[in-house]
Design a protein around this ligand. Structure first.
Ligand code: UD1
Length: 357
């Protein structure tokens, strides 16, 4: 079985690593990896390949940054050429970025079988570029791998149940796997020079970075936090704040970190403040209270007993959440059993066999 995997942005490297790790040892499968080049900085791309042992990409399209249409269009052009040559049994796309959409459209327009990992997520906010990418990708995929029961319900409501299967979340697999590695050797992944006690924050969503008032509100809340804030910064956020925001003294801005460094930072944080989808879940998996700096979340399973509080960018709401008591209940097991990657590979193989009957 030949699989072409299309990835391009940081969270996709993490998700694809869980499946590539299985495929590389599978004599029945050949995986061909396309990196679109959506993320290209050393610490947004290369360090993930090295740290997570992802095979070197067979193709790098080096599309870089651009408007949504330019970025997606360039990717589609490059992916189409490769797919026509390789004629894979499956094209595999992950998550909800422009790389996901480009891979999905290119494969479907060539009538090639398409599978989507992390299907069925919905924020119900069509102003998010990711929401459009998810809806379109799910609609045109032949096989949909849903991480949670909520995602399955969303797919059912859109008439897509026949193509869907509940596998669990590959991000949960990944957190379980690498948490052990960090606990075995915690000093290896610790970032030096940071305060002992801190809250971990990330801000990169367009709805926050492209709205100066939202950014100002966030930094006002950070400045009043009783604990220091450690903020590994996405390059887009760095560019925007450099001319617009005065960084408060208690906010420690650091360069983007590797996946294992990020898990380590999360493990030692007081609380997590973020507009990322992935980090909301990682906080939950690692037993940390999360404050979501958006007006909604796709990961509704985390919204119980103060595990995750949606505050948007309102400084008062953020500060109330920062001061709130930690949850007393345990996390609910909504993200599978840590073997989502195995379930996905099995399903890809069995569906491929069916297509030969
Ligand atoms: C993308 C995804 C988002 C995901 C995020 C993970 C889309 C629409 N969005 O957002 O869903 O959560 O990746 O990080 O696909 N830049 C660099 N170096 C890089 C990459 C980006 O400097 O290696 C800067 C550029 O100025 C670029 C900006 O960041 O214009 C935004 O990058 P882009 O890939 O368009 O989207 P992300 O914000 O990273």
């Amino acid at each position: 079985m030949k699989i072409v995997t299309v990835i391009g942005a940081r969270p996709q490297f993490i998700k694809a690593a869980t499946i590539s790790r299985l495929l590389v040892h599978d004599p029945e499968v050949e995986e061909i990896l396309i990196h679109t080049g959506q993320h290209y900085d050393l610490n947004m791309s290369d360090i993930f390949f090295e740290e997570l042992n992802i095979p070197h990409p067979d193709f790098n399209l080096e599309v870089g940054s651009g408007s949504h249409a330019i970025q997606t269009g360039k990717m589609m052009e490059g992916i189409e050429t490769i797919l026509m040559e390789e004629k894979p049994d499956w094209t595999l796309v992950y998550g909800d970025t422009n790389s996901t959409l480009a891979g999905a459209l290119a494969a479907t327009k060539l009538n090639l079988p398409l599978a989507h990992v992390e299907a069925g997520l919905r924020s119900f906010n069509r102003r998010m570029p990711e929401e459009i990418n998810r809806i379109v990708t799910d609609r045109i995929s032949d096989l949909l791998f849903a991480p949670t029961a909520t995602a399955m319900i969303n797919l059912e409501k859109e008439g897509l149940l026949g193509a869907s299967c509940l596998t669990g979340d590959v991000m949960f697999d990944s957190t379980l796997f690498y948490r052990e590695k960090i606990l075995e050797n915690p000093d290896l992944f610790k970032i030096k020079g940071l305060p002992q006690e801190y809250m971990l924050a990330t801000v990169h969503r367009a709805e926050n970075t492209d709205n100066i008032q939202n950014l100002k509100n966030l930094f006002r809340a950070f400045s009043e936090s009783p604990q220091a804030i450690v903020l590994p910064i996405h390059p887009r956020t760095r560019k925007i704040i450099s001319n617009t925001i005065i960084i408060p003294a208690n906010v420690h801005i650091i360069d983007p970190v590797s996946y294992l460094q990020m898990l380590c930072l999360t493990l030692h944080a007081g609380k997590v403040l973020t507009d990322s989808g992935g980090l909301q879940k990682e906080a939950y998996f690692l037993g940390k209270q999360c404050i979501t700096l958006r007006t909604e979340t796709e990961w509704v399973e985390t919204l119980h007993d103060n595990w995750n509080t949606i505050t948007g960018t309102d400084p008062e709401k953020i500060l109330t959440a920062i001061r709130s008591a930690p949850p007393v209940s345990s996390q609910v097991k909504s993200f599978g059993n840590g073997k989502a990657a195995e379930a996905i590979v099995e399903k890809l193989k069995s569906r491929q066999k069916l297509s030969f009957l």
